[in-house]
Ligand binder design. Structure first.
Ligand SMILES: Cc1cc2nc3c(=O)[nH]c(=O)nc-3n(C[C@H](O)[C@H](O)[C@H](O)COP(=O)(O)OP(=O)(O)OC[C@H]3O[C@@H](n4cnc5c(N)ncnc54)[C@H](O)[C@@H]3O)c2cc1C
Length: 396
């Protein structure tokens, strides 16, 4: 469909973040505007959302990130209330409350302890374990080089990301949101006012509010409105493997070197992010490289878990982190000089769990001109302009 259309809000990108913004707007009894979500890949095969490791944790070092994920876990645990559609089966996303386990060597212990103090202060159900505790709880793990671990005892785990996306979309559609297939190629703006978007098929949508929910392509969409956004697409691989020896229940475990693994049904997934200073080029390709499984992932896994010495790589995929190169934190809310242009970007590997709170927050802002529940102002675009990073120490 081409031609011009009118809406109150246009959302560029219809994966988890765009769909969450649309849903929370449509859920508001005090707002009855028209929302159109434009999505260039309606299969979602290339979206970060469906290529992610689909996990949620409260173990962050920044209180605001803890609160953002707390709302996410609340929604996941009460999905029917938030996303149930009358007359349709209750949405199901197979949530496994398996916990996260951050491991630390003596060098990393002070940060683990500092994070623990922040998390306890904010009511996170987390335990600091010494090597003996670790050995007792996880008999399959080598702990000789470790000084401790931080284990989430509740409200952390993993789920089916595609199912959560579909639940948001279903709810949004049932509330009257329109999802339109197409690629946004231009944002019309005249000084401080936004007028809408132009599409690759020649069509256009007039709207006074445009939300950038374009994931790894967020900087492209920001540039269409004339704004620089330091969000870059960085490729991450997920390796899916099996292990003949049964380990029993295991949390999502993050090794001190950065390699993580977690159960995936009867098998396992794992991966890593390059460390500070290592090559991490911008790219939008999704080609898979299996070599790092042999050179980086498997050696670390086998050192930590002897049973992983004999694993078999089943398959692997690539997805994109939308890395905010300023501080690895999300950029949320209106441009200070152009309030009709809103950012929902730069989640840097934790956007799936942040989508519910970000969707709710932007809906509040659009409907009322401010945040009503969680104040997301610290994550605003102003800090990008001022070059003032917010340090989050628990980045995976
Ligand atoms: C390997 C990997 C593991 C991850 N693990 C986790 C995890 O465990 N927990 C977690 O919380 N997060 C995780 N993430 C991060 C999470 O997946 C993302 O932060 C989140 O999915 C971002 O959602 P989004 O909707 O902003 O982006 P996306 O899902 O990428 O969606 C953006 C959408 O915008 C569309 N789009 C882009 N440009 C345009 C345009 N011009 N016009 C129209 N449409 C456009 C795209 O087609 C896309 O569908 C992981 C990511 C990866 C890659």
């Amino acid at each position: 469909m081409s031609g011009s259309q009118r809406a109150d809000v246009v959302i560029v990108g219809g994966a988890i973040v765009g769909s969450a913004v649309a849903t929370f707007l449509a859920l508001r009894p005090d707002w009855d505007g028209r929302v159109v979500v434009v999505e260039r890949d309606p299969t979602y095969r290339t979206s970060s959302t469906t290529l992610s490791a689909a996990s949620i944790r409260l173990q962050f070092s920044t209180p605001l990130n803890i609160e953002i994920s707390r709302f996410g876990i609340g929604l996941i645990k009460d999905l029917g209330r938030w996303l149930g559609v009358p007359g349709a089966p209750r949405p199901a996303i197979d949530f496994v409350e398996g916990g996260y386990l951050f491991l630390a060597t003596p060098a990393g212990l002070p940060i683990l302890e500092a994070n623990h103090a922040v998390q306890r202060e904010h009511g996170v159900n987390v335990a600091l374990l010494d090597p003996d505790d670790l050995r007792r709880r996880f008999s399959w793990m080598v702990v000789d080089d470790l000084a401790g671990g931080s284990l989430g005892l509740s409200d952390e785990g993993w789920f089916d990301a595609h199912a959560l996306l579909q639940a948001f979309r279903h709810r949004a559609r049932a509330l009257g949101v329109e999802f339109r297939a197409g690629e946004v190629v231009g944002v019309d703006r005249d000084g401080a006012a936004v007028h809408g978007v132009r599409l690759a098929d020649g069509g256009s949508i007039d709207a006074a509010v445009v939300v950038n929910a374009a994931g790894p392509r967020a900087a492209e969409v920001a540039a269409m409105a004339g704004f620089e956004l330091p969000v870059r697409p960085r490729k991450r691989f997920v390796y899916h493997f099996d292990c003949r020896a049964p380990l029993g229940p295991a949390p999502l475990t993050i090794n001190p070197g950065g390699v993580y693994f977690r159960p995936e049904g009867p098998s396992w997934i794992g991966g890593f992010s390059p460390r500070e200073g290592e090559s991490d080029p911008d790219t939008l390709d999704l080609d898979v490289d299996r070599a790092p499984f042999e050179t980086v992932v498997w050696p670390e896994l086998a050192r930590r878990v002897p049973a992983f010495e004999s694993v078999r790589l089943l398959d692997a995929w690539a997805g994109h982190y939308e890395v905010n190169t300023l501080d690895h934190n999300a950029v949320i809310g209106p441009h200070p000089d152009v309030p009709g242009f809103l950012f929902a970007n730069g989640f840097s590997g934790h956007g799936l769990q942040q989508a519910p709170a970000v969707g709710r927050g932007l809906a509040e802002w659009i409907a009322t001109g401010g945040y009503e529940t969680l104040d997301l102002t610290p994550l605003g675009y102003e800090r990008i302009i001022r070059d003032e990073p917010i340090r989050e120490l628990n980045v995976v």
